[in-house]
Write a protein that binds this ligand. Structure first.
Ligand SMILES: [Zn+2]
Ligand SMILES: [Zn+2]
Length: 340
């Protein structure tokens, strides 16, 4: 057992108000410098280890870098399966989703890139065409099976980024600036944070119930503006109960849950979505997981993967799911990579 990840510092019990921030501390993450992020020094029964990342945002939505820049960085970082998942267009303007026109261009650009690398076999990289699609009640994400076929994408990530009034102009972004969320909580939830957090999970539960997505994105995104338990404590019973109910639905849905390192890469906080204590529950419920970085710039294509893989091993996970040539498959992994 590695002393960097003791139960004391990895799994907070939620018994104190700041418990949630006890997860993977910066010290833990930085102390893992012995792990070669290229994975070169790691092998598992003669299997060469690579990474897979199906959650990236290039310059065609709100990320930096052209798709091809991601490919080059992925090859350098030993990411063998690279998925593009720009934010799908919505029937209203946002600064971060694609317009309908841009989405057409995106589907074409990534399809061409995919074909190019299939043909050349260059560096063994495999490109996957995906989309991160918002679930907004009555507005978006309720007919995914039909959508997926029409757009001929390889996979979809279902995410909830909005709560509030569920009509354009009345939506509250949960992962935007803190002041936007606080204003929304005041306007639509009578300043009652618990109501807003419960609403977030209710929308997520609705999305899980409707189905059609492959991956559930950043399960506890609502914590993004909760640094230092500013808004709520992850240790409170009502919070744990609603997370439990959501996990129970996921375990019966066939959805794959992502372990997302984006908050760490972008320095919002020092733990994954979802928090390690939630991942511990996922393991008990046999919920399949994928590792992704939600990269918004090429250099984040495998950000914090070795450290997070180490944490997942510590929790007890034996397999990470990836999208292979024959569909979704479980693969063994080590802190050096995935056996692909
Ligand atoms: Zn997202
Ligand atoms: Zn994303």
């Amino acid at each position: 057992m590695d002393k960097d990840f003791t139960s004391a510092n990895l799994f907070n019990t939620g018994s104190n108000k700041d418990g949630a921030s006890n997860s993977i501390s910066n010290n833990n993450v930085n102390s893992n410098s012995n792990i070669n992020s290229n994975g070169n020094n790691n092998s598992d029964n003669n299997c060469t280890m690579y990474w897979a990342n199906l959650h990236t945002h290039c310059s065609l939505c709100d990320g930096k870098g052209e798709p091809v820049d991601y490919v080059h960085e992925a090859i350098k970082s030993r990411v063998k399966i690279l998925g593009f998942s720009c934010h799908a267009s919505l029937p209203f303007y946002t600064g971060w989703t694609m317009t309908g026109e841009k989405q057409k261009e995106y589907l074409e650009v990534v399809s061409n890139l995919k074909k190019h690398y299939e043909k050349t076999g260059s560096d063994g990289i495999r490109i996957k065409l995906g989309l991160e699609i918002d679930y907004i009640p009555g507005i978006s994400g309720s007919n995914m099976r039909e959508c997926k076929g029409k757009m001929q994408i390889d996979y979809s990530i279902g995410s909830v980024h909005f709560i509030g009034g569920y009509s354009p102009g009345r939506l509250v972004p949960v992962d935007s600036q803190e002041e936007d969320l606080l204003r929304g909580i005041k306007t639509y939830f009578g300043n009652n944070t618990r109501k807003a957090v419960e609403e977030y999970y209710m929308v997520l539960q609705e999305m899980i119930g409707i189905g059609g997505f492959d991956i559930l994105g950043h399960l506890d995104l609502i914590k993004k503006n909760n640094k230092g338990s500013l808004l709520f404590s992850e240790g409170e019973k009502w919070y744990r109960d609603i997370v439990d109910n959501t996990l129970s639905l996921i375990s019966r849905s066939g959805l794959i849950l992502e372990v997302n390192t984006g908050g760490m890469a972008r320095k919002y906080f020092d733990t994954t979505y979802p928090s390690p204590w939630i991942l511990e529950k996922c393991l008990k419920l046999n919920i399949p997981i994928v590792l992704s970085s939600d990269a918004h710039q090429p250099s984040h294509v495998a950000a914090f993967f070795p450290e997070t893989a180490k944490m997942l091993k510590y929790i007890g996970f034996k397999e990470l799911f990836t999208l292979g040539e024959k569909g979704w498959e479980p693969c063994r992994f080590t802190p050096g990579g995935i056996c692909l």
